[in-house]
Write a protein that binds this ligand. Structure first.
Ligand SMILES: NC(=O)C1=CN([C@@H]2O[C@H](COP(=O)(O)OP(=O)(O)OC[C@H]3O[C@@H](n4cnc5c(N)ncnc54)[C@H](OP(=O)(O)O)[C@@H]3O)[C@@H](O)[C@H]2O)[C@H](O)CC1
Ligand SMILES: [K+]
Length: 599
């Protein structure tokens, strides 16, 4: 099999961009026309990974019980050829056919290698298998299939790939439901172990290897529209699909291995992209003639008598994040805490290049009638109201609107207003915009909900989560649907979920916004989105450094060539607990690493 010639840039693009199923088909097409054996390449690499995964769990392939869940499409074909290769290496193989047919030559390969086939659909027509059984027997077959699957060492999920339409239905859905129940696997389990830290061999249940995509996920939108089969490892082919990048589907993919088929991805618009490779472009290196003002000044209206710590954390984080100065504006007692924790802070009004408002400030529900901080923020945010004075709004410095300030946002604002809600806050925002939304809706469809807030308000929306999504202005994709390229950042480890962590992010955000050339963000909302996502990335990286782990919400996939032999994939260190102040301490090193990654 041929080796792929791959530049650094290509590797980076492949690992950090995901393409819609339709775009992937478009990229497959010329290779298939040239007779490149894509299915064999997919199968061979899948078999290799299956062997590695089994061995990592102490099972040699020739003593392994392998079950293939095979659909009627080409995804099933990939799985059948891979399973045939495993049977050829001595594995005991059962193919469970969930559709009315199976890829015929791949099935033949499986049978010749000694695989048994268990057909579930009474209406199926599959050569070499018994057809024409009744509904009663179909029920028995389903039970038998579940027994075999649950007792196996490895389940290869090849029911559906990029040909999946809507929630899993019919026999694939019933089988997935039964399997998940018997395996005692919950969505929560995969949520708990995002793709940097997937456990294998959990609680005696079989390992699950997904072919191209886990069956049941929303391939293009990253949702989980119904029952699905979470995987320990997903082998994906040619290019990443959005489900391998966007939450919550990305959590169901486990560790992702991308097989480079040699697609021509140059100039092809991705559906979503990870910010990782672009972070250094948001960092302004100090210049010889710089003074503190030219490096950027951040103004903060954060913290409150109730949460003075938020003022300290956001100020310290901003001060550590490569700016010349920070100005803290808030109640005298809180300003006193800030200056004693950070003598570098200036507690006086003056010119700023970016604002941070709202962290640690009570929202409307929790505030006293005349809250000093809310009054100041309301008056500042009024300047960003496009409905009041568009020129003025366009000329205001960029601003990060966090936590308690979110409910003070004017209805229409420019893109250099960056919102940093978590799921609950985004749901409240949507309700304020007259959309009937709950926190659960946001967790189920984070990208859609964040896009909705962006569309309704014009603000750049950074929705915080294990995988943070940024929805802002971006080059519109071709086609009629006008979807926006979604930027994601998954650099944060789970340890980052700790009190004050959001205040630190807001501080970094203010600093990154402030260090861009003055006036450059107001007319370049795409740059705002890149800058906002970069702040989340640096925050996550600081969390990794502080907690001593590289396990995080989203890792770029491992790249594998079709001609390559088995990879060694090391699991990351688990790391250790941290407090928000530890994240602040690690910010400078995070900047250094982000710049090194760009070299
Ligand atoms: N093109 C190539 O040569 C390569 C493709 N590769 C692999 O192929 C799949 C895509 O294959 P495709 O046949 O287009 O589609 P799938 O196999 O993914 O899915 C079609 C089958 O799935 C059933 N289906 C669809 N939606 C559902 C659903 N919601 N619930 C249950 N079943 C569903 C569908 O059944 P119908 O009744 O709708 O006909 C089909 O049976 C790709 O993902 C790769 O794995 C390789 O990359 C090699 C090159
Ligand atoms: K699959």
């Amino acid at each position: 099999m041929r080796m792929i010639q791959r530049s650094e840039k290509r590797a980076q693009d492949l690992r950090n961009r995901a393409f819609s199923a339709e775009t992937v088909r478009g990229m497959e097409h010329p290779l298939l026309e040239r007779g490149v054996p894509l299915m064999r390449m997919a199968a061979q690499t899948t078999a290799q990974e299956a062997i590695r995964l089994l061995e990592k769990n102490g099972i040699h392939v020739n003593e392994a019980n392998v079950v293939l869940l095979a659909g009627a499409g080409n995804n099933g074909g990939d799985g059948l050829y891979a399973a045939a290769a495993l049977a050829g290496r001595g594995a005991t193989l059962t193919v469970i056919a969930v559709g009315k047919s199976l890829h015929s030559s791949a099935l033949l390969a499986c049978m010749q290698a000694g695989g048994k086939v268990l057909v579930l659909d009474p209406e199926s027509r599959i050569p070499g298998t018994s057809n024409g059984f009744g509904l009663g027997e179909a029920g028995e077959r389903l039970e038998a299939a579940l027994d075999i699957a649950i007792e196996s060492d490895l389940v290869i999920d090849a029911m559906t790939g990029i040909g999946a339409r809507g929630p899993l239905r019919g026999l694939p859905a019933t089988l997935a439901q039964g399997f998940m129940k018997r395996a005692g696997r919950t969505d929560q389990e995969n949520d708990d172990h995002t793709n940097g830290t997937v456990p294998t061999g959990h609680s005696g249940a079989p390992l699950v290897l997904a072919v191209d995509t886990p069956s049941g996920v929303g391939v293009d939108d990253g949702t989980l529209p119904g029952i699905h089969v979470p995987a320990d490892v997903t082998m994906t082919f040619g290019a990443l699909k959005p489900c391998a990048m966007l939450p919550p589907a990305s959590y169901a993919c486990g560790k992702v291995i991308l097989v480079d088929f040699g697609f021509d991805i140059d100039g092809v618009t991705p559906a979503c992209e990870s910010i990782g490779p672009h972070v250094s472009s948001a960092i302004r290196l100090p210049r010889a003639k710089d003074a503190k003002y030219s490096r950027g000044v951040v103004g903060l209206i954060t913290g409150s008598a109730r949460f003075p710590g938020a003022a300290v954390l956001s100020s310290k984080a901003a001060a550590r994040a490569n700016v010349g100065m920070i100005r803290y504006l808030g109640p005298a007692a809180v300003a006193g805490s800030v200056v004693s924790a950070l003598p570098e802070a200036v507690a006086a009004k003056g010119h700023v290049q970016a604002w941070v408002v709202g962290s640690g400030v009570p929202d409307a529900q929790h505030a006293q009638a005349a809250d000093e901080q809310r009054t100041a923020i309301r008056s500042l945010l009024g300047n960003y109201d496009l409905g009041r004075d568009a020129d003025r709004a366009m000329n205001m410095p960029p601003i990060c609107v966090d936590a308690g300030a979110l409910d003070l946002l004017p209805r229409h604002v420019p893109g250099h207003v960056v919102l940093t809600p978590h799921a609950g806050e985004l749901a409240s925002l949507l309700r304020r915009l007259d959309e009937d939304t709950t926190r659960e809706t946001v967790e189920d469809s984070p990208i859609d909900c964040a896009a909705r807030v962006h569309d309704l308000t014009g603000a750049t929306v950074l929705l915080k989560g294990a995988v943070t999504a940024v929805l802002g202005a971006a080059p519109r994709q071709t086609g009629d649907d006008h979807t926006t390229t979604v930027r994601i950042c998954g650099s944060g480890p789970a340890w980052l979920a700790t009190a004050g962590s959001g205040d630190v992010l807001a501080g970094i955000m203010g600093a990154l916004l402030a260090q861009q050339d003055e006036g450059s963000l107001q007319h370049d909302p795409e740059k705002v989105a890149l800058t906002a996502a970069s702040a989340a990335y640096i925050h996550g990286l600081a969390g990794q450094i502080a907690s001593g782990t590289t396990a995080c919400g989203w890792q770029p996939p491992f790249l594998m060539d079709p001609a390559e032999s088995i990879l060694t994939l090391d699991d990351p260190h688990a790391g250790h607990p941290i407090i928000a102040s530890d994240i602040v301490e690690a910010i400078p090193e995070a900047f250094e690493r982000a710049m090194e990654q760009a070299r």
